[in-house]
Write a protein that binds this ligand. Structure first.
Ligand code: ADP
Ligand code: MG
Length: 205
């Protein structure tokens, strides 16, 4: 079952469970990444946020997709905290604003593009600055190019890994200057984890 075939009948509670599972299972890894170039809270921030979303997944799954995504975005802003909370919140809020109730692949790619641009605007950031954007933009490109879910997830992993040699220009890691080089960006890694969970769940259909 392809991403395209399943987009029109998304099982939102399965998606939320898959994302919360992976974020919680990798919380320590995300914390370790953030300890290297930040303040070590990224794992707990993300776990708290996505477990809060999971706690409401029954009510969320009853909403039309755009409303559910907006509610998820609001919840993430309220619960994740740090720099990443408002940024992931903006991603989901904008997806909710831009997506129709039963999106096809083209509509998904267009909405995701707008959502990533909104994150960049909110963070006053751009690709190449060692942030989550260095995963989100390649994911958008893979989505727009019609890649399979597995290919999109692999592109996200590769992109997260590729933040390692970069010097951080935005966020807390930028305070380290050259010492931020040689570590994977925590927000890039969490973004790749979320992307794999979503594509895997969609393709399982
Ligand atoms: P904080 O940095 O406030 O402790 P987190 O640790 O939860 O927040 O999140 C850090 C992640 O947020 C970084 O790894 C990076 O991917 C992302 N990030 C931080 N600032 C920006 C920004 N201005 N634009 C895009 N992403 C950012
Ligand atoms: Mg942090």
């Amino acid at each position: 079952m392809s991403v395209d075939e399943t987009m029109s009948r998304i099982d939102l509670s399965a998606l939320i469970a898959a994302v919360a599972d992976t974020v919680s299972a990798h919380a320590e890894e995300l914390t370790a990444l953030d300890q290297a170039i930040g303040d070590g809270d990224h794992g707990l921030n993300m776990k708290r946020g996505f477990e809060a979303v999971r706690a409401e997944s029954v009510a969320l799954a009853e909403k039309p997709l755009p409303d559910a995504l907006k509610a998820i975005g609001t919840k993430l802003v309220m619960t994740v905290g740090g720099a990443s909370g408002p940024l992931f919140g903006t991603l989901f809020l904008t997806l909710g604003k831009e997506l129709p109730t039963e999106p096809d692949r083209t509509e998904l790619a267009a909405a995701f593009g707008k959502a990533v641009d909104a994150v960049a605007a909110r963070g006053k950031s751009q690709a190449g600055q060692k942030t989550m954007l260095d995963v989100l933009y390649p994911v958008q490109a893979a989505l727009a190019a019609g890649r399979t879910g597995a290919e999109i997830a692999d592109a996200a992993d590769t992109a997260a890994e590729a933040t390692k040699p970069l010097k951080a220009i935005r966020g807390r890691a930028s305070f380290l200057g050259d010492r931020s080089i040689g570590h994977v960006d925590p927000g890039a890694r969490s973004s790749a984890l979320i992307v794999r969970a979503i594509t895997k769940t969609l393709e399982r259909g």
